[in-house]
Write a protein that binds this ligand. Sequence first.
Ligand code: ARG
Length: 565
Amino acid sequence: MTLDIKSTIVNSLQSALADELSAEQIMNLLEVPKTSKLGDYAFPTFILAKSRHQAPQKIAAELVEQIDKAPYEQIVATGAYVNFFLDKGEFAEATLQEVISAGDHYGDDNIGQQGNVPIDMSSPNIAKPMSMGHLRSTVIGNSLANILAKIGYKPIKINYLGDWGTQFGKLIVGYHKWGSEEEIKADPIGNLLKYYVQFHEAAEEDPELNDEGRAWFKKLEDGDPEATHLWEWFRGLSLAEFQKIYDRLGITFDSYNGEAYYNDKMDPVVDELTEKGLLEMSQGAQIVDLTVENLTPALIKRTDGATLYITRDLAAAIDRYNQFHFVKSLYVVGSEQTEHFKQLKAVLKKMGDDWADEIVHVPFGLITKDGKKLSTRKGNVVLLDKVLDEAVGLAKEQISAKNPDLANADQVADQVGVGAVVFHDLKNDRMDSFDFSLGEVVRFEGETGPYVQYSNARAQSILRKAQRGVDLNGQLTLADPAAWDTLKTLADFPATILRAAREYEPSVIAKYALRLAKTFNKYYANSKILVEDDELNARLALVQATSQVLTQALSLLGVQAPTEM
Ligand code: ARG
Protein backbone atom coordinates (compact mmCIF):
# COMPACT_ATOMS: atom_id res chain seq x y z
CA MET A 1 0.00 0.00 0.00
CA THR A 2 1.30 3.45 -0.79
CA LEU A 3 1.33 6.00 1.98
CA ASP A 4 -0.95 8.24 0.07
CA ILE A 5 -4.01 6.46 1.38
CA LYS A 6 -6.41 8.86 -0.19
CA SER A 7 -5.02 8.13 -3.65
CA THR A 8 -5.35 4.41 -2.99
CA ILE A 9 -8.99 4.87 -2.10
CA VAL A 10 -9.56 7.11 -5.11
CA ASN A 11 -8.04 4.41 -7.35
CA SER A 12 -10.26 1.73 -5.84
CA LEU A 13 -13.36 3.82 -6.36
CA GLN A 14 -12.38 4.88 -9.82
CA SER A 15 -11.97 1.36 -11.09
CA ALA A 16 -15.31 0.41 -9.59
CA LEU A 17 -17.00 3.45 -11.10
CA ALA A 18 -15.43 3.19 -14.56
CA ASP A 19 -15.43 6.82 -15.74
CA GLU A 20 -18.46 8.12 -13.93
CA LEU A 21 -16.40 10.49 -11.78
CA SER A 22 -12.90 11.91 -12.24
CA ALA A 23 -10.15 11.17 -9.75
CA GLU A 24 -10.28 14.78 -8.68
CA GLN A 25 -14.00 14.68 -8.05
CA ILE A 26 -13.63 11.56 -5.95
CA MET A 27 -10.72 13.07 -4.04
CA ASN A 28 -12.80 16.12 -3.18
CA LEU A 29 -15.73 14.03 -2.05
CA LEU A 30 -13.81 11.83 0.39
CA GLU A 31 -14.58 12.60 4.01
CA VAL A 32 -13.08 11.65 7.34
CA PRO A 33 -15.97 10.30 9.45
CA LYS A 34 -16.69 11.93 12.79
CA THR A 35 -15.90 8.71 14.64
CA SER A 36 -13.40 6.03 13.68
CA LYS A 37 -16.15 3.46 14.28
CA LEU A 38 -17.36 4.54 10.86
CA GLY A 39 -13.98 3.89 9.30
CA ASP A 40 -11.03 6.06 8.37
CA TYR A 41 -12.48 7.49 5.18
CA ALA A 42 -15.99 7.67 3.80
CA PHE A 43 -17.29 8.18 0.30
CA PRO A 44 -20.78 9.72 -0.03
CA THR A 45 -22.83 8.47 -2.97
CA PHE A 46 -25.40 11.28 -3.27
CA ILE A 47 -23.84 12.70 -6.41
CA LEU A 48 -24.20 9.33 -8.17
CA ALA A 49 -27.77 8.96 -6.96
CA LYS A 50 -28.63 12.05 -8.94
CA SER A 51 -27.03 10.97 -12.20
CA ARG A 52 -28.09 7.31 -11.92
CA HIS A 53 -31.59 7.98 -10.57
CA GLN A 54 -30.99 5.33 -7.93
CA ALA A 55 -31.22 5.32 -4.16
CA PRO A 56 -27.85 6.28 -2.60
CA GLN A 57 -28.08 3.33 -0.15
CA LYS A 58 -28.33 0.92 -3.05
CA ILE A 59 -25.34 2.47 -4.81
CA ALA A 60 -23.23 2.30 -1.64
CA ALA A 61 -24.07 -1.40 -1.22
CA GLU A 62 -23.24 -2.11 -4.87
CA LEU A 63 -19.92 -0.31 -4.69
CA VAL A 64 -18.87 -2.35 -1.67
CA GLU A 65 -19.43 -5.49 -3.78
CA GLN A 66 -17.39 -4.14 -6.68
CA ILE A 67 -14.34 -2.71 -4.91
CA ASP A 68 -11.18 -4.80 -4.56
CA LYS A 69 -10.81 -5.26 -0.80
CA ALA A 70 -7.18 -6.28 -0.74
CA PRO A 71 -5.63 -3.02 0.54
CA TYR A 72 -8.18 -2.59 3.35
CA GLU A 73 -9.09 -4.13 6.62
CA GLN A 74 -12.77 -3.74 5.76
CA ILE A 75 -15.15 -1.86 3.50
CA VAL A 76 -18.78 -1.45 4.55
CA ALA A 77 -21.82 0.40 3.32
CA THR A 78 -23.49 2.51 5.99
CA GLY A 79 -26.52 4.27 4.60
CA ALA A 80 -25.44 6.40 1.67
CA TYR A 81 -21.75 6.05 2.50
CA VAL A 82 -19.02 3.61 1.61
CA ASN A 83 -16.77 3.40 4.66
CA PHE A 84 -13.15 2.36 4.32
CA PHE A 85 -11.26 0.83 7.24
CA LEU A 86 -7.54 0.83 6.64
CA ASP A 87 -5.28 -2.07 7.36
CA LYS A 88 -3.57 -0.66 10.42
CA GLY A 89 -0.46 -2.78 10.33
CA GLU A 90 0.31 -1.99 6.73
CA PHE A 91 -0.60 1.62 7.18
CA ALA A 92 1.85 1.91 10.05
CA GLU A 93 4.58 0.31 8.03
CA ALA A 94 4.06 2.50 4.98
CA THR A 95 3.81 5.70 7.01
CA LEU A 96 6.85 5.09 9.20
CA GLN A 97 8.91 3.96 6.25
CA GLU A 98 8.06 7.05 4.28
CA VAL A 99 8.50 9.59 7.09
CA ILE A 100 11.82 8.25 8.26
CA SER A 101 13.36 7.66 4.87
CA ALA A 102 12.34 11.10 3.61
CA GLY A 103 13.77 12.77 6.73
CA ASP A 104 13.58 16.56 6.55
CA HIS A 105 12.12 16.24 3.07
CA TYR A 106 8.95 14.55 4.27
CA GLY A 107 6.09 16.69 2.99
CA ASP A 108 8.15 18.39 0.26
CA ASP A 109 6.28 19.16 -2.93
CA ASN A 110 7.00 20.91 -6.17
CA ILE A 111 3.69 22.50 -6.99
CA GLY A 112 5.41 25.89 -6.77
CA GLN A 113 7.73 25.00 -9.68
CA GLN A 114 10.26 27.58 -8.53
CA GLY A 115 7.82 30.45 -9.10
CA ASN A 116 8.89 33.69 -7.38
CA VAL A 117 6.76 34.95 -4.51
CA PRO A 118 7.85 38.29 -3.04
CA ILE A 119 6.57 38.61 0.53
CA ASP A 120 6.23 42.12 1.89
CA MET A 121 6.68 41.55 5.62
CA SER A 122 7.67 43.21 8.89
CA SER A 123 8.05 46.69 7.35
CA PRO A 124 8.31 48.69 10.58
CA ASN A 125 8.54 52.44 10.61
CA ILE A 126 11.89 54.10 11.19
CA ALA A 127 12.26 56.14 14.37
CA LYS A 128 9.45 54.28 16.09
CA PRO A 129 9.60 51.12 18.14
CA MET A 130 8.69 47.96 16.30
CA SER A 131 5.13 47.24 17.34
CA MET A 132 3.38 43.95 18.12
CA GLY A 133 1.68 44.38 14.75
CA HIS A 134 5.04 44.44 13.02
CA LEU A 135 6.04 41.39 15.02
CA ARG A 136 2.96 39.61 13.70
CA SER A 137 3.80 40.59 10.15
CA THR A 138 7.39 39.42 10.65
CA VAL A 139 6.60 35.98 12.03
CA ILE A 140 3.61 35.30 9.75
CA GLY A 141 5.61 36.40 6.70
CA ASN A 142 8.60 34.32 7.72
CA SER A 143 6.48 31.24 8.29
CA LEU A 144 4.72 31.67 4.94
CA ALA A 145 8.13 31.92 3.30
CA ASN A 146 9.16 28.62 4.92
CA ILE A 147 5.91 26.91 3.96
CA LEU A 148 6.04 28.12 0.36
CA ALA A 149 9.69 27.12 0.00
CA LYS A 150 8.80 23.63 1.21
CA ILE A 151 6.40 23.16 -1.66
CA GLY A 152 8.66 24.48 -4.37
CA TYR A 153 8.09 28.24 -4.50
CA LYS A 154 10.86 30.80 -4.26
CA PRO A 155 9.91 33.26 -1.54
CA ILE A 156 11.64 36.64 -1.53
CA LYS A 157 11.38 38.30 1.87
CA ILE A 158 11.12 42.05 1.52
CA ASN A 159 11.27 44.38 4.50
CA TYR A 160 9.53 47.42 3.06
CA LEU A 161 10.74 49.84 5.68
CA GLY A 162 8.58 52.84 6.51
CA ASP A 163 11.48 55.19 6.03
CA TRP A 164 9.87 58.00 4.06
CA GLY A 165 7.03 60.43 4.48
CA THR A 166 6.12 63.66 6.22
CA GLN A 167 6.81 62.17 9.65
CA PHE A 168 10.52 62.58 8.94
CA GLY A 169 10.03 66.32 8.50
CA LYS A 170 8.27 66.38 11.87
CA LEU A 171 11.02 64.37 13.45
CA ILE A 172 13.69 66.75 12.21
CA VAL A 173 11.74 69.68 13.65
CA GLY A 174 11.35 67.83 16.95
CA TYR A 175 15.02 66.99 17.05
CA HIS A 176 16.04 70.59 16.37
CA LYS A 177 13.72 71.87 19.07
CA TRP A 178 14.17 69.38 21.88
CA GLY A 179 16.80 66.82 20.92
CA SER A 180 20.49 66.22 21.39
CA GLU A 181 23.03 63.87 19.92
CA GLU A 182 23.87 62.45 23.38
CA GLU A 183 20.28 61.59 24.10
CA ILE A 184 19.85 59.84 20.79
CA LYS A 185 23.03 57.88 21.24
CA ALA A 186 21.90 56.71 24.66
CA ASP A 187 18.52 55.39 23.50
CA PRO A 188 17.89 56.00 19.80
CA ILE A 189 14.36 54.76 19.28
CA GLY A 190 13.15 55.78 22.72
CA ASN A 191 14.23 59.36 22.20
CA LEU A 192 13.23 59.63 18.56
CA LEU A 193 9.79 58.47 19.63
CA LYS A 194 9.84 61.05 22.42
CA TYR A 195 10.51 63.88 19.95
CA TYR A 196 7.78 62.60 17.70
CA VAL A 197 5.24 62.51 20.52
CA GLN A 198 6.42 65.94 21.72
CA PHE A 199 5.97 67.28 18.20
CA HIS A 200 2.36 66.13 18.10
CA GLU A 201 1.60 67.64 21.48
CA ALA A 202 3.21 70.94 20.52
CA ALA A 203 1.50 71.01 17.13
CA GLU A 204 -1.87 70.88 18.83
CA GLU A 205 -1.03 74.21 20.49
CA ASP A 206 0.77 75.63 17.49
CA PRO A 207 -0.45 74.26 14.16
CA GLU A 208 2.26 76.18 12.30
CA LEU A 209 4.69 73.50 13.40
CA ASN A 210 3.03 71.22 10.86
CA ASP A 211 4.08 73.58 8.07
CA GLU A 212 7.60 73.50 9.39
CA GLY A 213 7.51 69.73 9.36
CA ARG A 214 6.26 69.67 5.81
CA ALA A 215 8.94 72.10 4.75
CA TRP A 216 11.64 69.87 6.21
CA PHE A 217 10.23 66.86 4.45
CA LYS A 218 10.26 68.81 1.20
CA LYS A 219 13.94 69.56 1.82
CA LEU A 220 14.54 65.89 2.38
CA GLU A 221 12.80 65.01 -0.87
CA ASP A 222 14.93 67.59 -2.67
CA GLY A 223 18.13 66.12 -1.29
CA ASP A 224 19.05 68.92 1.13
CA PRO A 225 22.33 67.80 2.81
CA GLU A 226 21.34 68.48 6.41
CA ALA A 227 17.96 66.81 6.09
CA THR A 228 19.54 63.85 4.30
CA HIS A 229 22.23 63.51 6.90
CA LEU A 230 19.76 63.46 9.80
CA TRP A 231 17.48 61.05 7.99
CA GLU A 232 20.33 58.64 7.30
CA TRP A 233 21.40 58.84 10.89
CA PHE A 234 17.91 58.14 12.28
CA ARG A 235 17.42 55.33 9.79
CA GLY A 236 20.71 53.63 10.56
CA LEU A 237 20.10 53.73 14.30
CA SER A 238 16.58 52.39 13.96
CA LEU A 239 17.66 49.59 11.67
CA ALA A 240 20.34 48.52 14.12
CA GLU A 241 17.67 48.25 16.83
CA PHE A 242 15.31 46.29 14.58
CA GLN A 243 18.17 44.03 13.61
CA LYS A 244 18.60 42.97 17.23
CA ILE A 245 15.05 41.68 17.25
CA TYR A 246 15.38 39.96 13.88
CA ASP A 247 18.55 38.27 15.13
CA ARG A 248 16.79 36.99 18.22
CA LEU A 249 13.97 35.64 16.08
CA GLY A 250 16.48 34.16 13.63
CA ILE A 251 14.77 35.93 10.74
CA THR A 252 16.59 37.30 7.70
CA PHE A 253 15.42 39.34 4.70
CA ASP A 254 16.34 39.33 1.05
CA SER A 255 15.75 43.06 0.69
CA TYR A 256 15.33 46.14 2.84
CA ASN A 257 14.09 48.32 0.00
CA GLY A 258 11.54 50.45 1.75
CA GLU A 259 9.56 53.51 0.89
CA ALA A 260 12.62 55.77 0.52
CA TYR A 261 14.03 53.48 -2.14
CA TYR A 262 11.08 54.46 -4.32
CA ASN A 263 11.47 58.20 -3.77
CA ASP A 264 12.99 58.75 -7.21
CA LYS A 265 11.02 55.99 -8.93
CA MET A 266 7.54 57.44 -8.76
CA ASP A 267 7.69 59.89 -11.67
CA PRO A 268 7.25 57.19 -14.34
CA VAL A 269 4.19 55.90 -12.47
CA VAL A 270 2.64 59.34 -12.23
CA ASP A 271 3.46 59.92 -15.92
CA GLU A 272 1.83 56.67 -16.91
CA LEU A 273 -1.26 57.49 -14.88
CA THR A 274 -1.40 60.85 -16.64
CA GLU A 275 -0.91 59.37 -20.11
CA LYS A 276 -3.63 56.85 -19.53
CA GLY A 277 -5.96 59.63 -18.46
CA LEU A 278 -6.45 58.17 -15.00
CA LEU A 279 -5.40 61.17 -12.91
CA GLU A 280 -7.96 63.73 -11.92
CA MET A 281 -7.66 67.00 -10.06
CA SER A 282 -9.69 67.14 -6.90
CA GLN A 283 -9.40 70.20 -4.65
CA GLY A 284 -5.86 70.76 -5.87
CA ALA A 285 -4.77 67.17 -5.29
CA GLN A 286 -4.31 64.47 -7.92
CA ILE A 287 -6.39 61.37 -7.48
CA VAL A 288 -7.48 58.22 -9.27
CA ASP A 289 -11.22 57.91 -9.06
CA LEU A 290 -12.33 54.46 -7.92
CA THR A 291 -16.09 54.99 -7.72
CA VAL A 292 -16.77 52.13 -10.12
CA GLU A 293 -14.72 49.83 -7.92
CA ASN A 294 -16.67 50.98 -4.87
CA LEU A 295 -13.55 52.34 -3.23
CA THR A 296 -12.47 55.72 -1.96
CA PRO A 297 -10.30 57.63 -4.46
CA ALA A 298 -6.56 56.89 -4.42
CA LEU A 299 -4.69 60.05 -3.48
CA ILE A 300 -1.56 60.08 -5.67
CA LYS A 301 -0.20 63.59 -5.13
CA ARG A 302 -1.10 66.12 -2.51
CA THR A 303 -1.84 69.77 -3.18
CA ASP A 304 1.80 70.63 -2.41
CA GLY A 305 2.97 68.02 -4.89
CA ALA A 306 4.13 65.54 -2.24
CA THR A 307 3.64 61.87 -3.02
CA LEU A 308 1.86 59.48 -0.69
CA TYR A 309 2.00 56.00 0.76
CA ILE A 310 0.03 54.53 -2.14
CA THR A 311 2.16 56.33 -4.74
CA ARG A 312 5.22 54.57 -3.36
CA ASP A 313 3.39 51.27 -3.15
CA LEU A 314 2.43 51.55 -6.82
CA ALA A 315 6.06 52.09 -7.79
CA ALA A 316 7.13 49.21 -5.55
CA ALA A 317 4.50 46.79 -6.91
CA ILE A 318 5.53 47.53 -10.50
CA ASP A 319 9.19 47.23 -9.61
CA ARG A 320 8.58 43.83 -7.99
CA TYR A 321 6.76 42.61 -11.05
CA ASN A 322 9.51 43.77 -13.42
CA GLN A 323 12.19 42.27 -11.25
CA PHE A 324 10.64 38.94 -10.30
CA HIS A 325 7.77 38.18 -12.70
CA PHE A 326 6.12 36.79 -9.63
CA VAL A 327 3.43 34.10 -9.58
CA LYS A 328 2.01 35.69 -6.41
CA SER A 329 2.97 38.85 -4.58
CA LEU A 330 2.08 38.80 -0.88
CA TYR A 331 1.66 41.69 1.54
CA VAL A 332 1.53 40.60 5.16
CA VAL A 333 -0.01 43.74 6.65
CA GLY A 334 -2.64 44.35 9.34
CA SER A 335 -6.30 44.19 8.39
CA GLU A 336 -6.68 47.93 8.97
CA GLN A 337 -4.96 48.43 5.61
CA THR A 338 -7.41 46.31 3.62
CA GLU A 339 -8.84 49.30 1.79
CA HIS A 340 -5.34 50.48 0.86
CA PHE A 341 -4.48 47.20 -0.83
CA LYS A 342 -7.81 47.11 -2.64
CA GLN A 343 -7.02 50.57 -3.96
CA LEU A 344 -3.52 49.50 -4.94
CA LYS A 345 -4.82 46.57 -6.96
CA ALA A 346 -7.61 48.60 -8.49
CA VAL A 347 -5.27 51.34 -9.70
CA LEU A 348 -2.87 48.78 -11.19
CA LYS A 349 -5.75 47.08 -12.97
CA LYS A 350 -6.87 50.40 -14.38
CA MET A 351 -3.33 50.86 -15.69
CA GLY A 352 -3.74 47.57 -17.54
CA ASP A 353 -1.44 45.55 -15.27
CA ASP A 354 -3.36 42.30 -15.14
CA TRP A 355 -0.72 40.71 -12.96
CA ALA A 356 -2.29 42.78 -10.17
CA ASP A 357 -4.70 39.85 -9.80
CA GLU A 358 -1.82 37.92 -8.26
CA ILE A 359 -1.32 40.50 -5.51
CA VAL A 360 -2.60 39.07 -2.26
CA HIS A 361 -3.06 41.11 0.87
CA VAL A 362 -2.57 38.67 3.76
CA PRO A 363 -4.23 40.57 6.61
CA PHE A 364 -4.12 39.82 10.30
CA GLY A 365 -5.93 40.98 13.44
CA LEU A 366 -4.75 43.19 16.25
CA ILE A 367 -2.86 42.22 19.34
CA THR A 368 -4.43 43.98 22.29
CA LYS A 369 -3.28 44.54 25.82
CA ASP A 370 -5.94 44.16 28.51
CA GLY A 371 -8.51 44.44 25.76
CA LYS A 372 -7.14 47.78 24.51
CA LYS A 373 -5.59 48.64 21.19
CA LEU A 374 -1.88 49.41 21.27
CA SER A 375 -0.84 52.75 19.82
CA THR A 376 2.58 54.26 19.28
CA ARG A 377 1.32 57.78 19.30
CA LYS A 378 -0.25 57.50 22.71
CA GLY A 379 2.89 55.85 24.00
CA ASN A 380 0.84 52.73 24.80
CA VAL A 381 3.36 50.31 23.32
CA VAL A 382 4.63 46.90 24.22
CA LEU A 383 8.36 46.87 23.67
CA LEU A 384 9.28 43.74 21.84
CA ASP A 385 12.76 43.40 23.20
CA LYS A 386 11.31 43.49 26.71
CA VAL A 387 8.66 40.93 25.85
CA LEU A 388 11.32 38.57 24.54
CA ASP A 389 13.54 39.14 27.59
CA GLU A 390 10.69 38.40 29.95
CA ALA A 391 9.64 35.31 28.01
CA VAL A 392 13.19 33.98 28.12
CA GLY A 393 13.33 34.72 31.86
CA LEU A 394 10.13 32.78 32.49
CA ALA A 395 11.35 29.90 30.34
CA LYS A 396 14.54 29.80 32.35
CA GLU A 397 12.65 29.53 35.64
CA GLN A 398 10.57 26.64 34.35
CA ILE A 399 13.54 24.84 32.87
CA SER A 400 15.62 25.06 36.03
CA ALA A 401 12.67 23.71 38.01
CA LYS A 402 12.13 20.79 35.64
CA ASN A 403 15.67 20.00 34.61
CA PRO A 404 18.22 21.65 36.92
CA ASP A 405 21.19 19.81 35.38
CA LEU A 406 20.54 20.81 31.79
CA ALA A 407 23.94 21.63 30.27
CA ASN A 408 23.09 24.41 27.81
CA ALA A 409 20.23 25.84 29.88
CA ASP A 410 20.73 29.43 28.68
CA GLN A 411 20.58 28.52 25.04
CA VAL A 412 17.53 26.35 25.58
CA ALA A 413 15.78 29.08 27.58
CA ASP A 414 16.35 31.37 24.63
CA GLN A 415 14.89 28.87 22.19
CA VAL A 416 11.92 28.21 24.44
CA GLY A 417 11.20 31.82 25.42
CA VAL A 418 11.47 33.26 21.92
CA GLY A 419 9.77 30.20 20.43
CA ALA A 420 6.88 30.63 22.85
CA VAL A 421 6.22 34.19 21.70
CA VAL A 422 6.41 33.23 18.03
CA PHE A 423 4.25 30.14 18.45
CA HIS A 424 1.64 32.05 20.41
CA ASP A 425 1.42 34.55 17.62
CA LEU A 426 1.02 31.88 14.95
CA LYS A 427 -1.38 29.46 16.61
CA ASN A 428 -4.40 31.74 16.23
CA ASP A 429 -6.13 32.16 12.89
CA ARG A 430 -4.35 35.20 11.63
CA MET A 431 -7.52 37.29 11.43
CA ASP A 432 -8.29 36.72 15.11
CA SER A 433 -7.37 39.50 17.48
CA PHE A 434 -5.90 38.34 20.74
CA ASP A 435 -4.83 39.71 24.05
CA PHE A 436 -1.20 39.44 24.93
CA SER A 437 -0.42 37.84 28.25
CA LEU A 438 3.07 36.59 28.82
CA GLY A 439 2.25 34.02 31.50
CA GLU A 440 -0.10 32.36 29.03
CA VAL A 441 2.54 32.29 26.31
CA VAL A 442 5.31 30.48 28.17
CA ARG A 443 3.33 27.67 29.79
CA PHE A 444 4.67 24.14 29.35
CA GLU A 445 1.15 22.74 29.15
CA GLY A 446 -1.87 23.62 27.07
CA GLU A 447 -1.73 25.02 23.60
CA THR A 448 1.72 26.53 23.72
CA GLY A 449 5.00 26.39 21.87
CA PRO A 450 6.88 25.06 24.91
CA TYR A 451 4.38 22.19 25.09
CA VAL A 452 5.25 21.16 21.52
CA GLN A 453 8.97 21.63 22.14
CA TYR A 454 8.71 19.64 25.34
CA SER A 455 6.92 16.77 23.58
CA ASN A 456 9.72 16.65 21.05
CA ALA A 457 12.39 16.70 23.76
CA ARG A 458 10.57 13.83 25.45
CA ALA A 459 10.63 11.83 22.19
CA GLN A 460 14.35 12.58 21.85
CA SER A 461 14.99 11.40 25.38
CA ILE A 462 13.25 8.08 24.65
CA LEU A 463 15.45 7.65 21.58
CA ARG A 464 18.57 8.35 23.65
CA LYS A 465 17.52 5.82 26.26
CA ALA A 466 16.84 3.16 23.63
CA GLN A 467 20.53 3.07 22.75
CA ARG A 468 19.76 1.64 19.35
CA GLY A 469 18.59 3.14 16.08
CA VAL A 470 15.51 2.34 14.07
CA ASP A 471 16.03 -0.45 11.55
CA LEU A 472 14.10 0.44 8.41
CA ASN A 473 14.43 -3.17 7.21
CA GLY A 474 13.10 -4.48 10.48
CA GLN A 475 9.46 -4.87 11.46
CA LEU A 476 7.51 -1.63 11.18
CA THR A 477 3.97 -2.93 11.55
CA LEU A 478 2.39 -1.63 14.70
CA ALA A 479 -0.91 -3.10 15.78
CA ASP A 480 -1.23 -1.19 19.06
CA PRO A 481 -4.46 0.80 18.68
CA ALA A 482 -3.02 3.50 20.97
CA ALA A 483 -0.58 4.38 18.18
CA TRP A 484 -3.26 4.83 15.56
CA ASP A 485 -4.05 8.55 16.08
CA THR A 486 -0.39 9.48 16.02
CA LEU A 487 0.16 7.48 12.83
CA LYS A 488 -2.77 9.07 11.07
CA THR A 489 -1.61 12.52 12.14
CA LEU A 490 1.88 11.81 10.83
CA ALA A 491 0.41 10.77 7.48
CA ASP A 492 -1.56 14.02 7.39
CA PHE A 493 1.49 16.30 7.39
CA PRO A 494 1.91 16.75 3.60
CA ALA A 495 -1.75 17.64 3.10
CA THR A 496 -1.56 20.02 6.07
CA ILE A 497 1.33 21.93 4.53
CA LEU A 498 -0.58 22.33 1.27
CA ARG A 499 -3.61 23.63 3.12
CA ALA A 500 -1.52 26.12 5.12
CA ALA A 501 -0.06 27.39 1.84
CA ARG A 502 -3.39 27.57 0.08
CA GLU A 503 -4.92 29.59 2.91
CA TYR A 504 -1.76 31.60 3.70
CA GLU A 505 -2.36 30.43 7.23
CA PRO A 506 0.58 29.37 9.44
CA SER A 507 -1.92 28.58 12.21
CA VAL A 508 -2.80 25.43 10.26
CA ILE A 509 0.75 24.20 10.92
CA ALA A 510 0.73 25.36 14.55
CA LYS A 511 -2.55 23.58 15.24
CA TYR A 512 -1.21 20.50 13.52
CA ALA A 513 1.90 20.54 15.72
CA LEU A 514 -0.32 20.75 18.81
CA ARG A 515 -2.43 17.86 17.59
CA LEU A 516 0.59 15.68 16.87
CA ALA A 517 2.12 16.52 20.27
CA LYS A 518 -1.17 15.69 21.98
CA THR A 519 -1.72 12.35 20.26
CA PHE A 520 1.90 11.42 20.92
CA ASN A 521 1.69 12.29 24.62
CA LYS A 522 -1.45 10.22 24.90
CA TYR A 523 0.32 7.31 23.25
CA TYR A 524 3.29 7.75 25.55
CA ALA A 525 1.04 7.76 28.61
CA ASN A 526 -0.72 4.53 27.56
CA SER A 527 2.05 2.41 26.10
CA LYS A 528 5.37 1.11 27.33
CA ILE A 529 7.79 1.95 24.58
CA LEU A 530 11.15 0.57 25.64
CA VAL A 531 10.17 -3.07 26.12
CA GLU A 532 11.96 -5.85 24.21
CA ASP A 533 9.30 -7.40 21.98
CA ASP A 534 8.41 -7.71 18.28
CA GLU A 535 7.06 -4.21 18.05
CA LEU A 536 9.97 -2.38 19.71
CA ASN A 537 11.48 -1.36 16.38
CA ALA A 538 8.14 -0.05 15.14
CA ARG A 539 7.52 1.87 18.38
CA LEU A 540 10.92 3.52 18.17
CA ALA A 541 10.19 4.33 14.55
CA LEU A 542 6.98 6.01 15.66
CA VAL A 543 8.85 8.05 18.26
CA GLN A 544 11.51 9.05 15.76
CA ALA A 545 8.98 9.92 13.06
CA THR A 546 7.03 12.03 15.56
CA SER A 547 10.13 13.91 16.64
CA GLN A 548 11.11 14.49 13.03
CA VAL A 549 7.74 15.87 12.05
CA LEU A 550 7.37 17.99 15.20
CA THR A 551 10.78 19.49 14.49
CA GLN A 552 9.81 20.14 10.88
CA ALA A 553 6.49 21.70 11.81
CA LEU A 554 8.18 23.99 14.35
CA SER A 555 10.81 24.92 11.83
CA LEU A 556 8.11 25.90 9.31
CA LEU A 557 6.84 28.26 12.00
CA GLY A 558 10.33 29.62 12.60
CA VAL A 559 10.58 28.00 16.04
CA GLN A 560 13.54 25.93 17.21
CA ALA A 561 13.26 22.44 18.62
CA PRO A 562 15.80 21.75 21.39
CA THR A 563 16.52 18.04 21.83
CA GLU A 564 16.67 18.36 25.59
CA MET A 565 14.89 20.73 27.93
N1 ARG B 1 5.19 50.63 7.29
C1 ARG B 1 3.80 50.31 7.19
C2 ARG B 1 3.14 50.41 8.55
O1 ARG B 1 3.79 50.22 9.55
C3 ARG B 1 3.54 48.95 6.63
C4 ARG B 1 4.00 48.74 5.22
C5 ARG B 1 3.31 47.58 4.59
N2 ARG B 1 3.76 47.32 3.26
C6 ARG B 1 3.39 47.98 2.18
N3 ARG B 1 3.89 47.65 1.03
N4 ARG B 1 2.54 48.98 2.24
O2 ARG B 1 1.94 50.63 8.63
